[in-house]
Ligand binder design. Structure first.
Ligand SMILES: Cc1ncc(COP(=O)(O)O)c(C=O)c1O
Length: 404
């Protein structure tokens, strides 16, 4: 038996899925033309599954800053900040993020995944309790595996369940850290953060919000869901990523706790990995500025989200509960979702296929993420392609499954 034998079942189901058409997990673009268009299989393809919410990946000022840093400071830092030292840009970006969120402290990580992994697993010590939403992102679940403390899950977006679980733990002397997300990455639903904040206050717990998908999207200045619903004062830690609205790669955590910086020499996913290259720091810093200077990006994004959400819902598709930039269409079976995804791709539309076990309630999802850079015509084309493929596959109400 080989060491890979345990993956036999996974390999079989993967092969079955790939046999229906293209392999959805190894799509390779021949070219990227803009934030919203790529070349796939020799044809121009609309990109509707990239999390590029503000469309800043081709922003000229971000590119210029990145090139300048690349030329002046080289391609990489070749080590971690505690071993090789920080570059000026790392500190500048941390200061800019702390200022943006009105907090004292910020730590930048090499990815958003590592920010969650590091902050959560380091904060929750062996005598503490980590309390997470059942639909948490993999990075939060992996942090839960890494922590030495007790882990408690509550029902997704259910403040009553959170309250009950915290009440049961009220005699426990350790600190409790509740972790929720601003916008959930699969269905695009938002957390009932006001209610969670109230529960947190009553229980004397700490609250962390992962604003990965809500930074640059929600709130009067783009700070996310906590800003949108007016509970920033109740949020002790905000985690975010540069890989979505800021169009780069990297992650961060901001906080006001006076001793927060001690984590720099305690948090292993910060300490034992190479820091972000200067070019990535420079583009992220510039993207943060662009996001603040141009609130119109957020308005366009939200208008595009509404257009896609309403368009798909009016066709009769089952979409998520809120018109956020993540618009997920649920299909009755995995096989149908795979066939639908292939049909859209053949027609020139790329989005994400999301299948169980990575999805809430084992849903089979076609997951779109809208950008401020999409034109209304691109959104309308996407809706029309959904309609065509939906009719052909008999998914839309009243339609008959076509013989293939
Ligand atoms: C909710 C959430 N948190 C964290 C991450 C990790 O971010 P990154 O891609 O920067 O590692 C993601 C990525 O998709 C996410 O959806």
């Amino acid at each position: 038996m080989t060491i890979l034998a345990k993956f036999t079942q996974l390999r079989e189901s993967y092969q079955k899925m790939a046999a229906i058409g293209r392999d959805p997990f190894s799509v390779r673009f021949e070219g990227i033309l803009s934030p919203t268009e790529g070349v796939l299989n020799g044809r121009r393809t609309i990109l509707l599954g990239t999390n590029n919410y503000l469309g800043l990946t081709f922003d000229q000022s971000c590119i210029d800053k990145g090139v300048e840093a690349l030329v002046e400071q080289g391609t990489g830092t070749t080590g971690s900040r505690i071993a090789n030292g920080s570059y000026a840009g790392h500190g500048d970006l941390e200061t800019a993020l702390a200022d943006f969120y009105g907090r004292q402290h910020c730590m930048v990580f090499t990815t958003g995944y590592q920010a969650n992994l590091g902050i959560i697993s380091t904060l929750v010590g062996k005598d503490d309790i980590l309390v997470i939403d059942g639909d948490s992102h993999a990075s939060i679940y992996d942090a839960a595996k890494m922590t030495t403390g007790q882990v408690v899950r509550f029902r997704h977006n259910d403040p009553d369940d959170l309250y009950k679980r915290l009440r049961r733990l009220s005699d426990h002397p350790g600190n409790k850290l509740v972790v929720v997300e601003g916008i959930y990455s699969m269905l695009g639903d938002t957390a009932p953060l006001k209610e969670f904040a109230q529960v947190k206050r009553e229980a004397g717990a700490f609250l962390m919000v992962d604003e990965a998908h809500s930074m640059g999207v929600l709130g009067a200045t783009g700070r996310g869901l906590a800003e949108e619903v007016g509970v920033e004062a109740d949020v002790d830690f905000i985690v975010g990523t540069f890989s979505k609205s800021l169009g780069a790669v990297g992650g961060f955590c901001v906080a006001d706790l006076p001793d927060f910086d001690i984590l720099r020499v305690a948090c292993r996913p910060y300490m034992f990995t190479a820091s972000l290259p200067p070019s990535v720091i420079a583009t992220s810093l510039q993207a943060l500025k662009r996001m603040q200077e141009e609130p119109g990006l957020r308005l366009r994004l939200n208008a595009n989200s509404r257009r896609l959400y309403d368009g798909l819902r009016n066709l009769g598709f089952q979409v998520g509960p809120v018109a956020n930039p993540i618009v997920a269409v649920a299909l009755p079976t995995k096989e149908l979702a795979i066939a639908f995804w292939n049909g859209l791709l053949e027609a020139g539309l790329y989005l994400n296929l999301a299948l169980p076990p990575a999805t809430p309630n084992s849903l089979a999802l076609l997951r779109s993420s809208v950008s401020a850079a999409h034109t209304p015509q691109q959104i309308d084309t996407a809706i029309e392609l959904f309609a065509q493929v939906g009719r052909r596959l008999g998914v839309l109400p009243g339609m008959v499954q076509a013989a293939e």
